[in-house]
Design a protein around this ligand. Structure first.
Ligand SMILES: [Fe+2]
Ligand SMILES: [Fe+2]
Length: 315
């Protein structure tokens, strides 16, 4: 069944004005017969994804469910404290490529994220859908628009020229290492086969950390979050601290959604977390069938890239 729905995201600002006919009050077709309600105030989060399941419903009967569970089994077994240390050292060298932020956005188009039960569009659409939705609701926070655009660029780790890491080392929810695995982690049962699980130094609530030490001092499972954080920071971005926090911890669902591990946070982390909560709403729910016109919005995002980054970055 196919149902016509109203376009949930409209472009804002002068650029959008020039193309009003293309965006205003147009009915769009979503596959699967799921209606996205249309309200004019604020960001409107649909209840179900393009596959007809609740967002992040890991138990939903979907074709992807089994591969998502198998993904988490592998991730929970293989992400160890020592593995993360090795990855941070290797990728901290930033010797894999030299390119601009926009070049990386285009490069990412070939990547499919196996861990995500909601996403079936090219990555650049996810980036632009998130960024455009935030832009509509927070027009003055241009740093947050750019943060949305770049938050997943670290997924290039899946590509051959970046070492072609397995999916479990790039995507999926992240979690702290060096302390006990909290039950808030999705598919928690698979941690029993992680070598760190049997290490007594890592098996208490605080593990090797002190309460309130700050997330900066906590080793988090390796993936696209931490990699993009390293790239942005080491290339001297002028984005605010909250932007780097959002990029680095946006997959840390057991903390920002599950409320676990909060005893490791500092006061500054608490402040930044407010922005992450805002961002997350857009990261999740903008994964829709409504495509953004890339050429249309490109000049705006290139102006932001110029403002906050040098032209060529080391990756
Ligand atoms: Fe992500
Ligand atoms: Fe994302």
């Amino acid at each position: 069944m196919t149902i016509l729905v109203n376009q949930p995201h409209q472009l804002i600002g002068s650029q959008a004005e020039g193309h009003k006919d293309n965006y205003d009050a147009k009915e769009l077709v979503l596959d699967g017969g799921f209606v996205v309600p249309d309200k004019n105030e604020g960001f409107d989060a649909p209840d179900i994804n393009a596959f007809g399941n609740t967002f992040r419903d890991y138990n939903a009967e979907s074709e992807r469910q089994k591969s998502v569970e198998e993904f988490y089994r592998q991730q929970h077994i293989n992400q160890t404290y020592d593995f993360v240390k090795k990855m941070r050292e290797e990728y901290g060298k930033l010797d894999k490529a030299v390119m601009s932020i926009w070049e990386c956005c285009e490069l990412l188009n070939d990547v499919v994220d196996d861990s995500d039960p909601d996403l079936d569009e090219p990555q650049i659409q996810h980036l632009l859908q998130s960024a455009e939705a935030i832009r509509k609701d927070y027009p003055n926070e241009d740093w947050l628009h750019l943060t949305a655009l770049i938050h997943d660029l670290g997924k290039v780790l899946l590509l051959p020229q970046f070492g072609q890491l397995p999916q479990w080392a790039v995507v999926g929810d992240t979690f702290p290492l060096g302390c006990a695995f909290d039950e808030a982690n999705v598919h928690h049962k698979y941690f029993t086969d992680n070598p760190d699980f049997k290490n007594p130094a890592y098996s208490t609530k605080n593990g090797i950390y002190e309460e309130g030490c700050g997330l900066d001092n906590v080793v988090i499972s390796w993936g696209h979050d931490d990699y993009m954080y390293l790239v942005a920071k080491e290339n001297g971005t002028t984005l605010p601290h909250a932007a780097l926090f959002v990029i680095r911890y946006h997959s840390l669902y057991p903390l920002h959604k599950g409320g676990a591990y909060k005893h490791l946070m500092s006061k500054e982390d608490e402040e930044d977390l407010k922005w992450l909560h805002i961002f997350n709403k857009y990261d999740l729910y903008s994964k829709s069938k409504v495509l953004v016109d890339v050429d249309e919005v490109k000049p705006y995002y290139q102006s932001l890239i110029k403002k906050y980054f040098q032209e060529k970055l080391r990756w």
